[in-house]
Design a protein around this ligand. Sequence first.
Ligand SMILES: [Zn+2]
Length: 647
Amino acid sequence: MNSEVKKSAFLSGILLVAFAATAEEALVRVNLADGGVRTERVALASVSPAQVRFTYPKERITDDAVSIDVVPDFMTAKKGDDGYWIDARGAYGRFEHESGVYENDRAGWMPIFGLKRGETLWYGQVMGWRCDYHFCAEAKDGRYEAFPRFMVKALRAYYPVYQDIVVDFRRLDGAAADYVGYAKAYRKYQFANAGIRMARDRAKTNPVTDYLLESFVIRISQHCRKQVLKDRTLRMTRANEQPLLVHMPFLICQDYAQQLHDAGVDKATFLSAGWTSGGYDGRYPDMFPVEPAIGGEAGFKAFAERCRDLGFQMSAEVDYTEMYGPADRFNLDLACRYANGQFPDGGFWPGGLAYNLCTKKALDLGWCQTDFARLRDVIGPGPLFFDVMSAIEPRRCGHPAHKVTSDEMGAVYSRLFELAQGAMGGAASECGFDLGIRHLDYVNYLWHEIGFWKSNRYKGFLSGVFPVWELVYHGVVFYTSDRWLQNHTYGNEDRSNGAFDFGWGVYDRKEDPEKALKIVEFGGRPILYTHTFGDIPSIVKAWREYKPVRHLQKEEMTGHREVAAGVFLTAYGDGSYTVCNYNRSSAIFDGNAIPALGYVLFNPDGTRKAFAFDSENGLCEGVTRLLCRVNEVKGGIMPRSRPVEDP
Ligand SMILES: [Zn+2]
């Protein structure tokens, strides 16, 4: 063999290897009704050098399928590998276990999930079945898989399979192959495809958004509502509904707003919940008349006017996902149904047994439009808050007269947000599900993952939570990062009196400095639910904590990393960054002391401010605890830091 032939054989060998490397395959596991599993291997189509596409035609989904797992070879790892699996919210697990399971049944916050192994991170973006899958991370005998599980049987309970399963997988390498690169890739996709804009840009023409940039949200948790009964079978009617418990009538709320104002809260967006007919969760989908027991329409109007006089913004909560027996609008023909005619479980709340209202019918009947216009007349502009909608995969409806797929229902929710933005100047909802994000101004909290991690719900299989959702949407939509952080200055809720009901929380006022720091580290804004004057000092404390960093709401979050054990840097588009220290001793970062249980805000002009936790004042400017050892440690762009003892 001469050298030319050798060279040619060598090249063809390379080509073969190169071709094999791009011909990726996925293991498809069809989980069957009898408990068995059928597997097949499906080739992934090459879209670009760093992107492949998985497609599973709907015709191929057999009748016996309960769910379908899609596991490309590159979404697997072994115990001991360097890296982690990661879900959409940023919950992640390192490859440290022989076995374990993490299954998120609300996977579609953002339709992405990933796996980092060594210098490469692959992530999937679910393009078809976007609302109908769980995210799973599993380890068996030290072998890890991260994959979407498409819920075939659950969907077929409502209607036939109507679309192909399509997942795009993209590869990130080198410096981009981490959770920040993963978030930035999706952020870029959303800016290009989802019509989202920075809040600061929307604020130029929208005073409601502009006010949100300066304020935080205080929710009157429930002006009034009925007691939740222990008997959870009763479908209430007007004849047997429970008496209203009145907590915060509008006239009292006027005093409440005045006291908050006088105590130093100068910018707040009030969210009135339970103003509706029959109180909170009482007679939905009836919103009007404004509940007479708390002052009726005239009282609501006067409360809104008082808020405006004090410089506050006013808003209110509505709900078009539930239907209760006592409602004038109650009509079982408008409830979501399974294909077999039965009703899905809607839970049991103050209004009794709840049915899932087909929200599309509420839109088609013009209820929402009428309600929004009337509410605007009563309380004026403010971001209208929709209970539930961004907290769930959009509800399916299999009613033969008004079948709605989850994708179509997502479009209905998004349309309601858009209508609210038109009528009220803004829209808000409960959590971080991003299908209608284009028309949302804020969400109350994302979900519970940080709390799950803190309570070790997954026995160590969940290693922590990265601020992935935050890296995508900071500067676009206002948020609090977790339910665990709600009411963070109140301390722990005390249910030792045996209360089984919700919303009347009594708190011990023993604060956790970690919560205050997590709000800063993750770039969120505090959110306070209140129903008592006793909360005012705690709300004032949260406001004082928030004001020094609220200007960062105008910026993109551009980076996040752990710079030393328990010390986290979060960077913003204007050049600002915060460094938060969760240790009980101070740390040195870039020559600056970061107080124990505190943080330093580094401004673009080179100035900085240090804050430390104090049980009386919360996270406050604490110069006395600041160590100034400037230039003690030199480093590169992001120098290393080390913990030091407090003096
Ligand atoms: Zn329907």
